[in-house]
Design a protein around this ligand. Structure first.
Ligand SMILES: Cc1ncc(COP(=O)(O)O)c(C=O)c1O
Length: 367
């Protein structure tokens, strides 16, 4: 019998992440074809075309280690965002950043505060370091943020506050004024991690301006990704922007070559593909209306969203509906993984995908 070292006790709490199944896996398992996946908030238009071209050109350099500093991409993002190059840290997907932040700042027994429901990666990062995470519920049927309650949950052991806005899975978002008041109220020694993976989907005028706070030196790191609107989830690249002293700390725990060269080249080109960005935004705006209308016709009340997905209460066991939809070739996310077992989260797809989802959902609910 193999005698392995004992697992660190804090890891006993971690359940391995179960991602949305790829369409090909569901097709294989169920022996069906043309499965559509509306479960991982990917861009149904695919990668930005300019990114694909740049990717092709980058392949000849795959024998070389990537630029660990991401020089070209760093300068491009700094220029666009009006921040200094040393205020950026890159991650192998933005997923990597909560773990880096926890590795830099969390000792066993330290605390973080977050909202519920939200993205699971913050809890994972805290558990990994032996820290604890306390949750403050979002409020009402539209899952509003209550940052005063978040402030009240901060103790002298709190080092981090994880806020996701627009929030996965609810699509609800923080308002600029509320965030400003919250930042002003923070005790010293607390860093706010604002995950803005869906930032580019927020309607004009509603998007947070977190960069303004970072330029002012607030203890805030915003996390962004190329996986969502830029359509590069498979390449794994994201970044954080924060005051330079925070980035210095994160560079102590960052792997030297954590972002591959193909991802760097594609991301740089994707930033310049304004047409793809606009098409992706338009698709989501139209799809949002189509899905909201369709869901209302089924007597459901979708949560208003600022992202490329919709959270909706089916008022019945959503896991059963999820399984039945999968058998019919539509993969969504069941709300039980977020602690909301009567909800599903559906990614806004193309008009045809949205129509197919609505048709199959109507059939499942009727049956
Ligand atoms: C809120 C949020 N942050 C981060 C991520 C992960 O993004 P990435 O692909 O950059 O790791 C996701 C992915 O679903 C997400 O929903």
């Amino acid at each position: 019998m193999m005698q392995k070292p004992q697992l660190r006790p804090c890891l006993a709490l971690i359940k391995p992440y179960i991602p949305g199944k790829p369409a090909a896996e569901v097709e294989r398992e169920l022996g069906i074809k043309n499965v559509i996946k509306l479960a991982s908030n990917e861009n149904p238009l695919g990668p930005a075309p300019l990114a694909l071209q740049a990717l092709q050109q980058s392949l000849g350099s795959l024998h070389l280690y990537p630029d660990g500093y991401c020089y070209d991409l760093r300068l491009a993002i700094a220029g666009r965002c009006g921040i200094k190059p040393e205020q950026i840290v890159f991650g192998n997907g933005s997923d990597e950043l909560p773990s880096m932040i926890a590795a830099a700042y969390i000792s066993p027994g330290d605390e973080a505060v977050s909202i519920k429901p939200t993205f699971s990666e913050y809890e994972f990062a805290m558990c990994l370091m032996g820290g604890n995470i306390n949750y403050v519920p979002l409020v009402g049927n539209d899952f509003r943020f209550d940052l005063e309650a978040v402030r009240a949950a901060i103790t002298d052991r709190t080092r981090l506050v994880f806020i996701c806005s627009p929030n996965n899975p609810t699509g609800s978002a923080v308002a600029q004024k509320e965030l400003k008041r919250f930042l002003e109220s923070l005790p010293p020694g607390v860093l706010v991690v604002l995950d803005e993976a869906y930032h580019e989907y927020a309607p004009a005028g509603a998007a947070l301006n977190t960069l303004q706070f970072i330029r002012e030196g607030c203890p805030l790191i915003t996390l962004r990704t190329f996986s969502k609107i830029y359509g590069l989830a498979g390449l794994r690249i994201g970044y954080g922007i924060a005051p330079a002293p925070v980035i210095e700390d994160l560079n102590r725990v960052r792997e030297p070559f954590n972002v591959n060269s193909a991802a760097q080249a594609a991301a740089l080109a994707a930033l310049q593909d304004e047409q793809h960005l606009q098409r992706s935004r338009d698709l989501v705006e139209k799809g949002k209306e189509q899905l909201a209308r369709g869901l209302q016709e089924l007597g459901l009340r979708p949560v208003p969203t600022q992202a490329n997905f919709i959270f909706v209460d089916l008022r019945r066991d959503a896991k059963q509906v999820f399984l039945e939809l999968m058998r019919r070739g539509v993969i969504v996310r069941s709300g039980d993984i977020f602690g909301f077992p009567t909800y599903i989260r559906v990614t806004i797809g193309t008009a045809e995908q949205n129509a197919l989802f609505l048709e199959q959902l109507a059939a499942v609910l009727a049956g």
